[in-house]
Design a protein around this ligand. Structure first.
Ligand SMILES: Nc1ncnc2c1ncn2[C@@H]1O[C@H](COP(=O)(O)OP(=O)(O)OP(=O)(O)O)[C@@H](O)[C@H]1O
Ligand SMILES: [Mg+2]
Length: 375
């Protein structure tokens, strides 16, 4: 090994960016979350080449103070927290003051913003993290950020990007997940000439229908379970609807989409006796907890969190879903009439099941069942 040296800022910034910016969907996530944090009631996202060439996010939120424009692209610069203690009461999506700096270090960025009280807008640009001075320009109230040529200066990363259709499907999943948690915000997503959706402000069930289709949304069971330490609301697909993977299972904490293997397991356990082996339920679950009981500063992309009340949340999710499914009357029925098939969905005990098989699972009545594989 050679001597120890401090890394040049452009190198350390690229390393930091690697934690936050993996693909176009990660950029869209950060920009959309910033727009929501700014109180926007309307956000438009436009992509060219699935975001590899251009990602533009326009919002009508509160905008940025003209003298803060240059700081907005700097690392560790945020308007959302002031002290380390604030981390345990975060109610905004962002708090690290890292996202724009990370994005700017691996792309070409143009940031335009105007507050309602200012006479004109300001603009600042950055090329691979090399930032120019801000200047006045004309624009409507709110903020527009354009991110061009993602990873142009990090060819090793660019090489990892998948086809446009794969990258777009990651972005679509992500925007849909955030859209469902923020139905009061009008949201538009376009890809090249194609409009993926243009949703008005609406109720959450209207948004579910708009995003996933009436047929799917109408079959969903609503869940509302409120305890002193947490509230759980959600939409559960009836057991006749299932997927070959867990992509239809989305958990939110205080509107933030998260991944939590243990809490996912609680959902799986609740559905276990009602789904064929190897299939996954479709459910959107919104947990609301006191921000002081969640540590959001665990993962650079903020998709993982830690809970003080983890065990209680696990029990809440499992029991609330189980009761809702049992109470719904659309459960698969146990049938002893037909002989078991040689293989497939037969009554074999699952390797992980403590229960002996008791009969063949038949599916829910027609009209209450369809495959969600295509969703
Ligand atoms: N769309 C926007 N509207 C208004 N202000 C914005 C917008 N986007 C960014 N900002 C301002 O720029 C600052 C820096 O944004 P950035 O995303 O880098 O950090 P953050 O949101 O504070 O934290 P994080 O890194 O966790 O996202 C924000 O704190 C906010 O003040
Ligand atoms: Mg942010």
């Amino acid at each position: 090994m050679g001597r120890i040296q401090l890394l040049l800022p452009e190198v350390s910034n690229k390393i930091a960016a690697g934690e936050v910016v993996e693909r176009p969907a990660s950029v869209v996530k950060e920009l959309l979350e910033n727009a929501l944090d700014a109180g926007a009631s309307r956000v438009a996202i436009a992509l060219v080449d699935a975001g590899k060439t251009l990602i533009r996010v326009t919002d009508n939120g509160e905008g940025i103070h003209p003298q803060d424009l240059e700081l907005a692209l700097a690392a560790h610069a945020t308007s959302k927290i002031r002290s380390a203690e604030d981390l345990f009461g975060v109610e905004t999506n962002g708090f690290r003051g890292e996202a724009l700096a990370s994005i700017a270090s691996v792309s070409r960025v143009r940031l335009v913003s105007k507050r309602a009280q200012d006479p004109h807008a300001g603009e600042v640009t950055s090329d691979g993290g090399k930032q120019g001075p801000s200047r006045a320009c004309a624009a409507q109230d709110g903020t527009t950020i354009e991110v061009r040529d993602l990873f142009f200066n990090l060819p090793a990363r660019r090489k990892w990007l998948k086809s446009d259709s794969t990258e777009f499907s990651h972005t679509l999943d992500l925007v849909q997940a955030i859209a469902l948690a923020n139905p009061e915000v009008a949201l538009r997503l376009s890809h090249g000439e194609r409009l993926a959706f243009d949703l008005p402000a609406q109720s959450q069930s209207e948004r579910l229908m708009a995003l996933f289709g009436d047929l799917f949304a109408e079959g969903m069971l609503e869940l509302h379970e409120h305890e002193p330490y947490a509230a759980l609301d959600g939409f559960l697909a009836p057991p006749g609807t299932h997927k070959p993977n867990s992509r239809g299972l989305q958990l939110y904490v205080n509107r933030r989409p998260i991944r939590d293997r243990a809490l996912m397991q609680a959902v799986m356990l609740a559905y276990r006796e009602f789904l064929p082996p190897g299939r996954f339920p479709v459910a959107y679950l919104f947990l609301r907890v006191d921000p002081a009981t969640v540590d959001v500063n665990v993962h650079p992309a903020k998709t993982e969190v830690r809970f003080l009340e983890h065990n209680r949340l696990f029990a809440l999710i499992k029991s609330a879903i189980t009761e809702r499914l049992i109470g719904s009357g659309v459960l698969p029925r146990l049938s002893f009439a037909r002989p078991a098939p040689a293989q497939g969905f037969g009554p074999q005990a699952r390797p992980d099941s403590p229960y002996e098989p008791v009969g063949e699972l038949t599916s829910a009545p027609p009209g209450q069942m369809f495959s969600a594989d295509a969703l």
